[in-house]
Design a protein around this ligand. Structure first.
Ligand code: FE
Length: 177
């Protein structure tokens, strides 16, 4: 019979074996909402902000919190690679789909999905965690390409933002892996 007490004790011993010197450091963010430091939120439009969590330059994805207040819109875009989203607060919808995302909703946007995100007028503020892979390819309503965003344009954008608000451009490196 197993000695339960001894067994449990064993479970509580921190790992003490070897680790690879090539493994990257974890990213730990105590207060991802950055309630006490608005500088961590980069303004994207008059109604939307983005707060980086993980900018993965080696695999081409980025994870961030997206915040909307009032009439937020993310103009029409196409995804060549998957997106995962989780709505933490508030809600929004896509003009192209008939569902409405609300607090607690999860969404998988498959490669090829084209949509326009609009905030709900009755919602004061919404916060969504997005895991974006590849790019957002902005297009007009007929599918003609207008521009794009990827992890590198995001890194550039956040670096400029952090420089402007006094944290220094290198602050963005905290989120890059
Ligand atoms: Fe999207």
């Amino acid at each position: 019979m197993l000695d339960k007490a001894a067994d449990q004790k064993e479970e509580l011993i921190p790992y003490r074996g070897p680790t690879s010197p090539y493994a990257l450091n974890e990213i730990f963010i105590q207060d991802a909402f950055a309630n006490d430091d608005e500088r961590l939120w980069m303004q994207m439009t008059p109604y939307s902000w983005s707060r980086p969590l993980c900018l993965n330059a080696s695999q081409g994805y980025w994870v961030h919190l997206s915040k909307f207040r009032g009439d937020g819109v993310v103009s029409c875009h196409r995804h060549p690679a998957p997106v995962h989203g989780f709505i933490i607060k508030g809600g929004w919808r896509y003009l192209e789909h008939d569902w409405v995302a609300t607090e607690g909703s999860y969404i998988f946007e498959p490669p090829g999905d084209i949509h326009t995100l609009v905030a709900l007028p009755e919602v004061e503020e919404s916060i969504t965690l997005f895991h974006n892979t590849g790019a957002l390819i902005y297009c007009d309503v007929d599918g003609n390409t207008k521009g794009y965003a990827d992890v590198f344009t995001r890194i550039d954008g956040y670096a400029k933002h952090f420089e402007k608000v006094g944290l220094g451009a290198d602050y963005v490196k905290n989120f890059i892996r």
